[in-house]
Design a protein around this ligand. Structure first.
Ligand SMILES: [Zn+2]
Length: 584
């Protein structure tokens, strides 16, 4: 009996411990001096305002923060379920660097978090930063692109990629605040705000209420640049410009799918150069191709704000040379076609959008514009489709995209050679579960394609050629090709061949809404069925939790080293530009 009472008592204590308030920013947050953020406390129960106590380093919070938080008696969740009380203080800034211990209590709830508020160096180290990010960039993509583009003889690469000579300086941990696995929204947001968040979130901590636009905000790098400098801002991507990675420079939403709202957030910050796809969210709902639910015409809004508009490669070249200082380039209603389709196979949607620029054209145009500002610039360049082609396990397209990314890096490095006050960063946002196993050799005997896979000594070297010297293989369907494989994915057929008719569609939905192997590839000679190993609601391969490799060169690059949380990269960027100078 006594034992039972003790067991009950400890169970009650455990239940009591579960009633802990949540404080945003979370414990161990790092916060730039002077950078506005929202402070929020979520109590698990309904509490009385007079019972709420908040101290900062032992003092009443109002004295330290200089502002009083709004008390929300009852926050509601789905179906009006009461979640508890809350405190909210928006647009808080902390002017003095140091350790801040925030202690919160009310009723049975208590929580304490520690923040590291940091100042930067007083003098900027760099005038310009070019942040080149390839979505999903994994080590296999780098290796594959090098072998495909440069070739290999007797075990030594026949050439170097532009990225190969940039020192690898850090391993980046990409995990989110709620999960080891992550997506492009919270990963890029961590780079661009200095705060980790939850999957799908941009520029906010993910709070408990269902609304996506009310979550506690943190400042983005573009906002910090506008607040503290006269620098220009450039955003270049091969995806929709309102997709997660480019959006992370300006956005505050719990939901990356709020693309219509994100266009408004882009207009609020007005990046000097904005190039990519995604025009569907700029057009009012009655315009053919629009994906908006309202009549807002953002093309007109951007034009009114002084932007030159370019909608194809020819107009981009003309606009880059024009005197108008702001440039909007929207070259597709959705994502741009990948290089393999756009330049070589003419598949995908190239017939509909025949004159799309590539990442290299866009990077050059952006640098032309941005470099006119004597105050310098921050340019983000994203190769979006390494990820978008790795999801459907279309490795040839993903590798050719990596080669294109590398060419954009070469453009950036050429600029930095002439402008040595430029910091270049090359990284990915998260990885994919992909590795290079060996080769597939059509010349091997037999009908079974599986038997033509070469492993170990049997792999030999692929026989891609680049006779025209453009850095891309003249053809990808050579007789001995790289063999890449994913360590995860849906049920699908492995064909062991490049997909010449357009991007691979490994799985399709059946009547039970489960993804099953796409039968279209079943009869490709020698195709084998590959059993999926992720839940059946997934149609593609998923992101890996593996670290990302970050490379950097130029002034400020010494700030990167060892293992770093993705959010810590922001501090190096802030330091390079001296965005948080301590007041004396
Ligand atoms: Zn992805």
């Amino acid at each position: 009996m006594r034992k039972l009472i003790l067991a009950l008592a400890s169970a009650t204590m455990l239940a009591g411990a579960a009633n802990a308030a949540t404080v945003y920013p979370l414990d161990r947050a790092t916060i730039l001096v002077g950078s506005p953020f929202d402070f929020k406390v979520e109590f698990d129960t309904v509490v009385k305002p007079e019972d709420v106590k908040v101290t900062v380093n032992g003092q009443d919070y109002e004295a330290v923060f200089g502002k009083k938080a709004e008390f929300v008696a009852e926050e509601k969740g789905a179906e009006d379920k009461v979640l508890g009380s809350a405190l909210l203080l928006r647009g808080l800034t902390i002017a003095e660097a140091g350790a801040y211990k925030v202690e919160v209590s009310a009723g049975s709830e208590a929580k304490s978090v520690n923040w590291d508020v940091y100042a930067t160096v007083a003098e900027p180290k760099a005038k310009n930063i070019i942040f080149l990010i390839a979505d999903g960039l994994s080590v296999a993509h780098r290796t594959g692109a090098r072998i495909m583009s440069k070739g290999m003889t007797e075990g030594k690469a026949n050439g170097r990629l532009a990225m190969d000579d940039i020192p690898p300086v850090a391993f980046i941990g990409t995990s989110s605040t709620h999960s080891i696995a992550t997506d492009s929204a919270n990963t890029m947001s961590a780079y661009m705000t200095g705060h980790k968040s939850r999957v799908n979130a941009l520029g906010v901590y993910a709070d408990r209420t269902p609304a996506s636009l009310d979550d506690p905000r943190v400042e983005t790098i573009a906002e910090a640049l506008r607040r503290t400098t006269q620098k220009s801002i450039g955003i270049v991507s091969t995806s929709e410009v309102e997709d997660a990675t480019p959006a992370a420079l300006v956005s505050h939403t719990r939901k990356r799918a709020d693309k219509a709202e994100i266009v408004g957030m882009l207009l609020d910050v007005k990046p000097d150069v904005l190039l990519g796809g995604g025009s569907a969210y700029f057009l009012g709902k009655d315009v053919p191709g629009s994906k908006r639910k309202d009549d807002k015409d953002y093309i007109a809004e951007f034009k009114n704000a002084g932007y030159a508009l370019a909608i194809d490669k020819t107009e981009l070249a003309a606009a880059a040379g024009s005197n108008q200082d702001k440039l909007l380039g929207l070259f597709h209603t959705g994502n741009l076609d990948v290089t393999l389709d756009r330049e070589f196979l003419k598949k995908g949607t190239v017939e509909k959008f025949p004159n799309q620029p590539g990442l290299v054209d866009m990077t050059k145009a952006a640098l032309d514009k941005l470099s006119k500002n004597p105050e310098g610039f921050f340019l983000m360049v994203e190769a979006a489709s390494i990820d978008k082609m790795s999801h459907p396990l279309d490795w040839d397209r993903a590798l050719v995209e990596t080669i294109e990314f590398d060419k954009a890096i070469a453009v950036a490095r050429e600029f930095a050679d002439k402008n040595p006050d430029t910091l270049i960063i090359v990284t990915g946002d998260h990885t994919h579960g992909v590795g290079i196993i060996g080769t597939v050799d059509d010349e091997k005997p037999g009908d079974e394609m599986r038997a033509k896979v070469g492993t170990y000594d049997d792999a030999g070297f692929p026989n891609y050629e680049d006779k025209d010297g453009d850095g891309y293989p003249d053809r990808i369907d050579v007789s001995r090709r790289l063999f890449l494989a994913a360590n995860n994915g849906p049920d699908h057929y492995e064909t062991f061949r490049p997909k010449l008719d357009g991007p691979f569609v490994p799985a399709v939905q059946n009547e039970a809404k489960e993804y099953v192997a796409n039968e279209e590839y079943k009869d490709v000679p020698g195709a084998v069925f590959v059993q999926g190993n992720i839940p059946k609601d997934g149609d593609t391969g998923v992101h890996a939790v593996d670290d990302v490799v970050l490379q950097a060169i130029g002034p400020g690059s010494e700030g990167f080293r060892g293992y770093m949380e993705q959010s810590d990269v922001y501090r190096v960027l802030a330091d390079a530009f001296a965005l948080g100078v301590a007041k004396d």
